[in-house]
Design a protein around this ligand. Sequence first.
Ligand code: URA
Length: 298
Amino acid sequence: MRESEEPRVGGKEYHIACAPGDVAPYVLLPGDPDRTARISSTWDEVRFRASHREYVTHTGRYKGVELSCTSTGIGGPSISVALEELFRVGAHTFIRVGTTGAIQPDIEVGDLIISSGAVRLDGASKTYVDESYPAFADLEVTTALIEAAEALGVKYHVGVTASADSFYTGQGRPGYNGYQPSRSAESLVDLKRAGILNFEMEAATLFVVARLYGGRAGAITAVIAQRETGEFKPDAGVDDEIRVADEAIKILHEWDTLKSKRGKTHFFPSLLTSSPPRGNLTPLILFPTDLRVPHGKA
Ligand code: URA
């Protein structure tokens, strides 16, 4: 596409209505436009930037770190548009702050889920790259989310999420008047058997697009639905996940500063000690990994 064909209006990106300088490099991504103000109300400084369609952007400061929050709307197509335009105005690190339905019995409403990867049941990411390309979260963003969740003492799970393009039939829920294709119910059973933790609608597209464009992305979601028991509480865990996401941005910023001081491209645990090991020393701390085994019973 020629530069002149890029969809900008008055120097701003068409959908998010932001220009370079409006958005910080670190961006929180809720789906719900109303959640932008809820998130930015936890910061020390807030500046309204834009509101256009489902995309509401605030920029501000949390514990000395400049950050932004842009709502993405629901689903892969909508978050892919947000990402395209956020990259164009200078963002590089993204944390989805969303809600989810748990499909494993040991996960309770109000718990938080940090996605280490996502099953690509979306359509948008397929327009970017072949389906065999993995949707996996950035290791630094994921580790920062775990670090923040530990520091705040909230209950969280780490594992693989399924990102669907539909809240109802795409997540094994009957549609209007009980309509449900057979594969809808079967897919839920199969995903549960494979140890997938939860259903939501944006993580896969986020992980794929951010990775292709050289950015970093992670996702934390609050469990508002427990699909086994049928429990549903639309706001459960949301305040906790906002606190974790804010803190994770602060942690990532600290790690990024340390990396640049030490001339390193990647974060590794012993970077936090005053003299990181050189050569072949075994690191003293292991990265948290997902030790969950697939559940035999579904
Ligand atoms: N969001 C989803 O996509 N699914 C749920 O069950 C709850 C929130």
